[in-house]
Design a protein around this ligand. Sequence first.
Ligand SMILES: *Cc1c(COP(=O)(O)O)cnc(C)c1O
Ligand SMILES: [Zn+2]
Length: 414
Amino acid sequence: MSFATNLRCRECHREYPLEARHVCDFCFGPVEVTYDYDGIRKNVSRETIRNGPASLWRYKDFLPCDAENAIDIGAGFTPLVRAKNLGKALGLNNLYIKNDTVNPTWSFKDRVVAVAASRARELGYDKLACASTGNLANSVSAHAAAAGMEAVVFIPHDLEAGKVLGSSIYNPTLVKVRGNYDAVNRLCAELAGSYNWGFVNVNVRSYYAEGSKTLGFEVAEQLGWRAPDHCVVPIASGSLFVKIRKGFEELYKAGLIDKPSPRMSGAQATGCSPVAVAWQEGTTNFRPQRPNTIAKSLAIGNPADGYYSLVQLAETDGACGMVDDPEIIDGMKLLAETEGIFGETAGGVTVASLKQLAAQGRIHPDELTVAFITGAGFKTAEAVAGHLETPLEIDATMESFEAAYRAPVAQGVA
Ligand SMILES: *Cc1c(COP(=O)(O)O)cnc(C)c1O
Ligand SMILES: [Zn+2]
C-alpha cells in the first residue's frame, strides 16, 4: 500500500484522485502527487529504509504505487563516489559523483520508468508508450519486456546508434519521427488523446516525475542522512532538477534529515540552453529554442518544467552552466580520466558545467557538492570516437612491443 493521497495542481492547488492526469482542468497547471506525511512519519524510519531492497524500492513509502506488484528490473541504489581526483582538477575539496550510469538500461530514466510503468499497469493500461530523447525509450522498452506489456516508443530520427539499438534489443514498436524531440512530444500528446496507452511522460507524467526523487533520497542516505550543500544536475525538461530537491524536502518532512537547503545548479548545452539563457538574463520566462547539440538526451527546446527550474535556481541561489560541444567532449574525457566513469554526453555537460561554475566561483571549494551523472557513455560513443588516442598495434613479439611502447610519438600517440 502507498501513502500517496491525491494529485494536486501546482498552481491553483485543486485536488484530483490518483488517476491518469497530468494537467489541471481549471488552470492547465501541472499536477503533482501528494502524500500522507504523518502516516509516512509514523511508519518509516532510517532503519526500515536500511532493511529494504538495494533498489529504489527501499523508498517505496514515498512512491505512488504498490511496491509489492511493481515492475522491478533493479533500478536505483547506484554508487555515490567521493571524487577526489576530479575535485582536485577543479579546485573542489568536497566533491561527489552520483553514478547513475549503472542502472539496468544505463541511465537514470530507469527510476522514472520503474514508477510510471508500475503505476500505468495499476491503472489498467496494457501498453506502454513514450516520447523520448533516447534513454527513456530504452527504459520503457526494457520495463515493458519484463512486465510482458507491449511498448510503442517514439524517438527523433537522428539519435545515436547506441540509443536506437538500446531500444530495439527489447523488441518494442520503435517509431523514428522525422522531427526533433519537441515535435515527437507534440505528436505523443495528440496520440495520448486517441489511444488508451500509458504514455509514461504524457498522461502518467505525474507518477513518472516521482521516480526522480529517489536520487535525492539515495544521496541523503549515502551521505549519512544529510542533504549536500550543492547539487549540479543536467536539465532537459527540468523534471529531474526539480524533483531531486523534492526528495530532500520529503525526507525532512518525514523527520529523516535536518532542514535541507542545498543550492541547486543546472547544466545545459549551449546548443539547447533555454533555461541557462533565461537564468543569465534574470528572468523566469524562457524562450524555446531549436536544439543543435551533441547532447541529444538533453535536447528539449521547450522544457515542460523550464519555468519551475528557473524558480528553483532563484530560490536556492543556484547557477546554470552552459557549455559547447567541445567542452562536452572534454568533460566526458575528464570524468573518465579522473574517476574511471564513462558518462554519456549529458555527463559531459554536467562535468563541463561543474568546471565552469567552479572557475567562476559559483561553487565554493568547501561546499559538499554532488554532480549527477545520469547516463552511460557507450550509448553516445560517436561523440568521443574521433577524439581519443588510437591503440598501439604490434606484432606478437617482444621487440615489436618495445619499439611501439618506447616510441609512442612515432605511433601518433603524442
Ligand atoms: C532525460 C535525461 C536527463 C534529464 O531529464 P529531465 O527531462 O530534465 O528530467 C538527464 N540526463 C539524461 C542522460 C537523460 O536521459
Ligand atoms: Zn490548477
